[in-house]
Design a protein around this ligand. Structure first.
Ligand SMILES: Cc1ncc(COP(=O)(O)O)c(C=O)c1O
Length: 377
């Protein structure tokens, strides 16, 4: 490690890993305890998953080198889509080259069928949702973060006649790990005959008894709720997935995003498939992840740091100004712990200190991190 260049500017989004992200990482030959990134089960480097990925590479090559509409569909992709549909108890699913593209594909499909008139969007929903909303060229109205009251207010003021709203939110918001009030949103869409799109990037494989995300977590089932997410986080793979009714999935499969892009590389597809199968049978991993999250959050509370109290393995808070937070993160780095001063949608101008706990972190690592935080504070 070159101490000279590790000033706070260097830390500001410039930590460069020499290894796969996991509970421990290598930087310039030195081991660090890693509490950043979002590979919650470390499946991105799990030997079972890597084996599937490398077998796929040998069988299918890097990629199909053509889009799905030009014979770019492999048996492997179809197997992934079938497995994902089973995972979600859905009729079908569609695989896309990234999670970022899932709202664009889904919302575009809904728009083309005139399924809604106006969009109501959480003010700090993920970039991919905001991007997708803009693409539709429909009116987009922002409501206060997580506020069903403000949403109700905005709906009352803006909807005319029988206009149908589409509400857009994240399931788990990536910076502070807050869970959207899906139950309240469901009541609202029922009242207005509306639709709800949830970006489940951080909730798939994490929330709900079977890891199906926020709808399962809240015990909600509705044909007016649409969801999708990434396979790159909990599942250790890569790409985006949207489960749903066959007619809806077919509409996406008729769309430009599906037909105009080469699917993700075959190792990514195989890893995603293996990752879904893995998460399905290893329920004990989720319990361990939750208990690690509890250990971390209880410990932070004892130190006097308030974070979102839930099973979500993300703990974030903001204090002082950016400079102070940078110093804090740098001090932790020097003592061998990597947490992030995150600047992302919803973090606020100065950013937030975000700690992400994995299922693979040991209790010693978490306690060690808490000990260091206490010392620095
Ligand atoms: C909330 C949220 N949605 C979507 C994405 C995009 O997913 P992907 O990285 O697979 O494109 C991310 C990315 O990390 C995210 O945090």
């Amino acid at each position: 490690m070159n101490e000279g260049r590790l000033n706070s500017d260097y830390l500001d989004n410039k930590i460069v890993l020499d290894s796969a992200p996991g509970a421990e990482v290598l930087i310039d030959g030195k081991r660090y305890n890693y509490f950043a990134g979002t590979g919650y089960y470390e499946l991105n480097k799990n030997p079972e998953i890597l084996k599937s990925a490398s077998e796929a590479l040998t069988q299918y090559g890097i990629s199909s080198s053509s889009s799905r509409s030009s014979y770019g569909t492999t048996k492997l992709i179809l197997e992934l889509e079938k497995e994902a549909a089973m995972f979600f108890d859905a009729e079908d699913s569609v695989y896309l080259p990234s999670g970022f593209l899932t709202p664009s594909a889904a919302i575009q499909a809904l728009a083309l069928k005139n399924n809604f008139d106006l969009i109501f969007i959480d003010e700090v929903t993920h970039y991919s949702n905001q991007f997708a909303a803009q693409l539709t060229r429909k009116q987009v109205i922002r409501f206060s973060h997580l506020s069903s009251d403000d949403l109700n207010d905005k709906l009352r003021k803006n909807l005319k006649g029988n206009q149908v709203p589409l509400i857009i939110t994240d399931g788990i918001f990536p910076v502070y790990g807050k869970i959207a009030p899906i139950g309240a949103y469901k009541n609202i869409i029922d009242k207005y005959n509306g639709k709800l799109w949830i970006d489940e990037a951080h909730s798939l494989g994490i929330l709900g008894n079977n890891g199906k995300g926020t709808t399962e977590y809240f015990g909600i089932n509705s044909e007016s709720i649409y969801l999708g997410g990434t396979l790159s986080k909990a599942f250790g793979g890569f790409g985006g997935i949207i489960p749903g009714k066959k007619v809806f999935i077919d509409e996406i499969k008729n769309g430009d995003l599906f037909n105009g892009a080469t699917p993700a590389p075959s190792p990514a597809i195989a890893a995603s498939l293996a990752g879904i199968k893995f998460v399905k049978v290893h329920l004990e991993k989720r319990n361990r992840l939750y208990s690690n999250a509890k250990l971390l959050k209880d410990g932070l509370k004892q130190i006097g740091i308030e974070v979102e109290d839930s099973v979500v393995p993300i703990a974030a808070w903001s204090f002082g100004n950016r400079n102070e937070m940078q110093k804090f993160v740098y001090e932790l780095f020097k003592s061998g712990y990597i947490v992030q001063l995150i600047n992302y949608v919803g973090s606020g101008e100065d950013g937030a200190v975000r700690i992400v706990v994995f299922e693979t972190h040991t209790q010693e690592q978490i306690k060690g991190l808490l000990e260091q935080i206490k010392k620095i504070i």
